[in-house]
Design a protein around this ligand. Sequence first.
Ligand SMILES: Cc1cc2nc3c(=O)[nH]c(=O)nc-3n(C[C@H](O)[C@H](O)[C@H](O)COP(=O)(O)O)c2cc1C
Length: 210
Amino acid sequence: MKILAINGSPHRDGNTKISLDIMKDQLISAGIEVEELHIGNMISGCLGCMKCVEMQNETCIIKNDIVNETIQKIKECDGVILSSPTYYANISGIMKSFLDRVFFVAAVNGMLFRHKVGASISPVRRAGGIQTVDALDKYFSNGEMFTSSSTYWNAIYGAAPGEVVQDEEGTQTVRVLAKNMAFLLKSLDLGKKAGLAPEQESKIRTNFIR
Ligand SMILES: Cc1cc2nc3c(=O)[nH]c(=O)nc-3n(C[C@H](O)[C@H](O)[C@H](O)COP(=O)(O)O)c2cc1C
């Protein structure tokens, strides 16, 4: 089993990376492989061009960044961790640009991430972390994914890089989140192998005027 752990901070080695590493240790000791991905600083936002709906080839028309390869990476994984620093009580701008494109292409190409497991975390200095975690979880709940949970909402506190390790309750929250993610992954695997997964319905798409 494999997980993709996505670092949505402009800082490669800041609190976001440290939080992912806490999860990574737990997942590895549960026998799950973890690949880390830092999204970097150069991701364009969604153009709303709907070419991904037209083309139906699992790709975004913007080709000069890591969005398309990430879609395929997640497709091959059993789950994904989204970690974003809190910026103005929400997801960092670069991470939002990245996630909008990855998850929209996945949804309009037949729910590519259906029945995978998701977990989200947000390192935060003081306030707004819960809103960020909620916003990250929205990408899972719209794509027929299952979400791991912990003993508190998944914010972890720290400002300067490295400070999150001093947040004893936050590190426990992240640790338990990873343990529950491993359990969920293994339980789902058993359920899928036993043929218990429901059949996929074809998507009905309406808006509120028709
Ligand atoms: C543009 C910007 C906006 C931020 N907004 C918030 C905020 O709304 N609430 C908060 O508590 N911390 C905020 N922070 C602090 C970061 O969330 C915090 O330092 C985090 O640990 C950074 O993670 P990193 O080291 O992985 O980049 C902000 C930082 C920046 C640069």
